[in-house]
Design a protein around this ligand. Structure first.
Ligand SMILES: [Zn+2]
Length: 288
């Protein structure tokens, strides 16, 4: 089996009240850890690749080839989507060309009319190719005033316009923040989420910045129409902490503890544990 569009998995999640996790990958170990855990949990999974991570792995084509080969060599039978995360206009074309099964075109930095025009282009192209597509609506207010604790909020009317273009899934700010949440974070804005849900009809929504949102808020967001949750920073933090512990304990100096297969193993195990916990929280276990 090869990678698939995320449309069917997210539609099923949306209709049945759970969410599919997007776990960003950075290298071979990361990819293997996420795929093996998805198989073990019998859960659908979305592998997220940012343009930076794609470049780091020597290009989207390398990533797409690696993922396809790994699905085969590890006997992965659960649905796997290979998804470009926060694609630029040029980068989105490149990921499609390289064989990604899904893309996010992030036009949130453009004025709304330009975001719509560019998003429309990708809707047409991805539909023709049988790929899924995520779009993002820009933020309103708040963030430019240095009110970091607020996170970004999308305009429900703009969400309606973008959703109406026929995108597969829609990312919209509801107070979520990428990376580690600041101590003064105000939490997710469920009023805005409910308003957006009303406006976008039956379109599944994406929650970015899934690291550090309290479990209860995650569950409430899923109940209000979030069918895809992005997790990136959390895997990086637990990976780094586990490898640090190994080295600080001097284990790389014992026997052949310097072997990268040994040195990185605790980090890989930590990623697996985080992915397991997220799949349980999101409700995607046994939903493959
Ligand atoms: Zn994001």
């Amino acid at each position: 089996m090869k990678t698939v569009s995320l449309e069917a998995m997210c539609k099923k999640a949306f209709e049945n009240g759970y969410a599919v996790g997007q776990f960003n990958i950075n290298n071979l170990e990361w990819t293997k850890a996420v795929l093996q855990t998805a198989q073990e949990m019998n859960s659908p999974v979305i592998l997220g690749v940012s343009e930076g991570a794609g470049k780091y792995m020597t290009g989207f084509k390398t990533v797409a080839t690696m993922v396809d080969s790994m699905i085969e060599s590890l006997n992965i039978t659960v649905p796997v989507a290979l998804h470009l995360d926060h694609g630029t206009y040029e980068g989105t074309f490149k990921a499609i060309e390289a064989g990604f099964s899904s893309v996010m075109f992030d036009g949130s930095k453009y004025p709304i009319d330009e975001n719509i025009a560019k998003t429309q282009e990708f809707v047409a192209l991805t539909k023709k190719l049988g790929l899924s597509m995520e779009a993002e609506v820009g933020a309103i207010g708040g963030e430019e005033d240095g009110v970091l604790g607020m996170g970004e909020l999308a305009d429900p009317d703009e969400c309606q316009r973008i959703a109406g273009l026929g995108v597969t899934i829609l990312a919209a700010g509801i107070g979520n923040i990428h990376g580690v949440y600041p101590a003064n974070w105000q939490g997710l804005n469920f009023k805005v989420l409910a308003d957006i849900k009303k406006k976008v009809d039956n379109k599944p929504l994406v929650l970015h910045g899934g690291t550090g949102i309290p479990d209860e808020m995650v569950k409430k967001a899923i109940a209000l129409g979030v069918a895809k949750i992005n997790v990136n920073t959390e895997c990086q933090l637990v990976f780094a902490a586990a490898v640090r512990k190994y080295i600080e304990a001097g284990k790389d100096r014992e026997g052949k503890g310097y072997d990268p297969r040994k040195l990185l193993a605790p980090g890989v195990e930590a990623i697996k544990q985080t992915v397991r916990e997220k799949m349980i929280l999101f409700g995607s276990v046994d939903k493959a």
